[in-house]
Design a protein around this ligand. Structure first.
Ligand SMILES: *[C@@H]1O[C@H](CO)[C@@H](O)[C@H](O)[C@H]1NC(C)=O
Length: 357
């Protein structure tokens, strides 16, 4: 086996850090919670938007869902997303029921595996319009279900919250502020809101929380498209680094204050970096799940809008305003902000080890 010495060290280092992650991170994954309650954005939403509202219903239509389940499922990817994999790792046969479906139920039962309140496009603050509930309104729905007795106190105490907030606040901020002027000063308010949500979960009787760090924002295809997807933008990554540091500090303080609550941080940033072994500033990327599996991928998304359009968009005559690649597994990203199923699968293997099936 002839391999350059430097590469060997990098490989060994990242295997080591993956092992460290395995030992440190998924403590909460040992004991299966009774249910999973999910909050946040499109990285977590498994179909809360109405299939009938224009624009918001794009994930209900092909090419979304083309890899799995073969039709649009309301998920922002070609297939399974983070919530699906996370639920599988926890030992659930399926992802929790969406709040949209749960609202039609007379009573809660364990076959629902919890409830998913996440909305694609949402953030801590209002982002892209009134049909997208920000996290505090998602938590309000949750607390109303507890108050009404739909969800019992025992159930909440035996369950886990998955809290996924990955950057819509910053995108919405950018829409209102040319050149993202002052964005780093905005990061602390987002982080402080996230801390507020942790406290809200605590007050509602939640005992286990899994919270995600952001993926490197400067690696999103909507950013890297400006350089033909050959490299991430370091200055755009600055907000990710600050955001992740601030929420880590909040989580540390929260744990000290509430030692009875288990909080697990899911480090998307580090998992992304480990997946590319730190080398994602080139157009020839080696994606590795650190379990001995490697393949070449690109930062270019599989589904690309044409001339400013989005993946899945059609014009007035029904003509596609996007192109779809042949092998979605060769792209880490599916569209301009969302990982492909293969991208999520790799991140999950780095975070949690081999898939449990
Ligand atoms: C990186 O992002 C910054 C801030 O948005 C921008 O000014 C700069 O031109 C970008 N660099 C590249 C190489 O695209």
């Amino acid at each position: 086996m002839e391999r350059p010495a430097v590469l060997m060290i990098v490989t060994q280092l990242s295997t080591l850090s993956a092992l460290l992650l395995l030992c440190l991170a998924p403590r909460g994954l040992d004991a299966k919670p009774r249910a999973l309650f999910v909050f946040g954005d499109s990285y977590a939403d498994t179909g809360n938007h109405s299939p009938y509202v224009p624009i918001l219903n794009r994930p209900w239509k092909l090419p979304y869902g083309s890899t799995w389940p073969g039709e649009g499922s309301g998920r922002y990817s070609d297939g399974k997303i983070f919530t699906d994999f996370f639920a599988e790792y926890l030992g659930f046969p399926a992802a929790p029921m969406t709040a949209r479906m749960a609202k039609g139920k007379k009573q809660y039962d364990d076959s629902m595996h919890g409830i998913n309140f996440a909305y694609g496009g949402s953030g801590m603050f209002s982002t892209f319009g009134p049909l997208i509930d920000p996290v505090h309104l998602q938590i309000k729905q949750f607390s109303q279900m507890i108050e009404s007795g739909f969800l019992s106190k025992d159930l909440i105490a035996e369950s886990m919250v998955l809290f996924v907030v990955c950057g819509n606040d910053y995108t919405a901020y950018g829409d209102k502020h040319p050149n993202d002027e002052g964005i780093l000063d905005f990061v602390p308010s987002v982080a402080s809101e996230i801390d507020g949500s942790l406290k809200a979960f605590q007050a509602l009787g939640v005992k286990k929380i899994s919270i995600t760090k952001m993926l490197p924002y400067g690696c999103y295809p909507k950013i890297t498209s400006k350089v033909n997807y050959i490299s991430c933008n370091a200055s755009e990554n600055a907000r990710t680094i600050l955001h992740n540091k601030l929420i880590t500090d909040y989580v540390t303080a929260f744990k000290e204050l509430h030692p009875d609550i288990e909080v697990m941080m899911l480090d998307f940033q580090q998992a992304f970096e480990l997946s590319f072994q730190g080398h994602y500033d080139t157009d020839d990327l080696l994606l590795s799940d650190n379990l001995g599996f490697q393949r070449r991928v690109q930062l270019r998304p599989c589904c690309e809008g044409i001339g400013g359009a989005s993946c899945g968009e059609k014009d007035l005559f029904g003509r596609k305003q996007y192109t779809v690649c042949e092998s979605p597994e060769d792209s880490f990203f599916w569209d301009n902000v969302h990982p492909s199923q293969a991208g999520w699968e790799t991140l999950c293997k780095v975070l949690f080890g081999p898939l449990p099936y």
